[in-house]
Design a protein around this ligand. Sequence first.
Ligand SMILES: C[S@@+](CC[C@H](N)C(=O)[O-])C[C@H]1O[C@@H](n2cnc3c(N)ncnc32)[C@H](O)[C@@H]1O
Length: 231
Amino acid sequence: MQILEASFKSPGGCVRSHSEKIDRELGFKIDQIEENLRREAIELDPEGSVNSWGKRMHEAQSWIGLCPQTLLTPYDELDRMCDLINLPHGAHVVDLGAAYGRMGIVLNQRYPDAHFTGIEIVQERVEEGNRIYVEQGCQNARLIHHDMFAGNFQLPLADCYLIYDYGALDHIRWTMGQLENLAKVHRFQLIARGETIRSLIQYAHPWLSDVGDTKHEKNFSVYANYVSNPS
Ligand SMILES: C[S@@+](CC[C@H](N)C(=O)[O-])C[C@H]1O[C@@H](n2cnc3c(N)ncnc32)[C@H](O)[C@@H]1O
């Protein structure tokens, strides 16, 4: 990756402004793309809002109209996540609902031998993230355009998953059900960001929340599951 002037760790102050600065340095055109999506949504549904535009355009909560710095996890936090996870050599990290795939950029610096896959339903975000990966030489990172609720979606096998409240409760519940099944045969870590997923794990997924190796930070938690015969 090209040398960035700014570090992913925020020097203090506003972490969102810090992330905006890094996006600019990397060459991301996130504001422009999100504004174009918002305008398209208004044309389709002038009375709509961030609660309805995503469903209208992508049949999922794609958060069209949301401020980009709320949509995305700040680099400072992604960097802190990398401090807390414990990845084996050549690990695979998957972001379920990845947007522009910022985690792929951070991982490239923090764990250069790790592979990153981001699943995202909005084509424009996928194309932009992959463009930046190519420009920055992040050869181990890729974004895939897919709906996680499509009948043909298969959860990729990974050493670590990242989920930041990507949709409505029933959608997140569905993904947690898939992870629960996988956890019976495969060991992984899960980084959960946002209130919805963290409450869901606390109240409905004791197999993950009660294992005693959880690390809680202000906005996210890192969980690890245990299986006797991991794949
Ligand atoms: C809150 S953003 C999080 C982005 C990224 N994980 C991060 O932490 O910066 C959630 C993303 O999930 C995507 N998403 C929502 N429903 C989806 C689905 N059914 N399939 C794939 N992606 C989805 C949205 O379009 C959005 O870009």
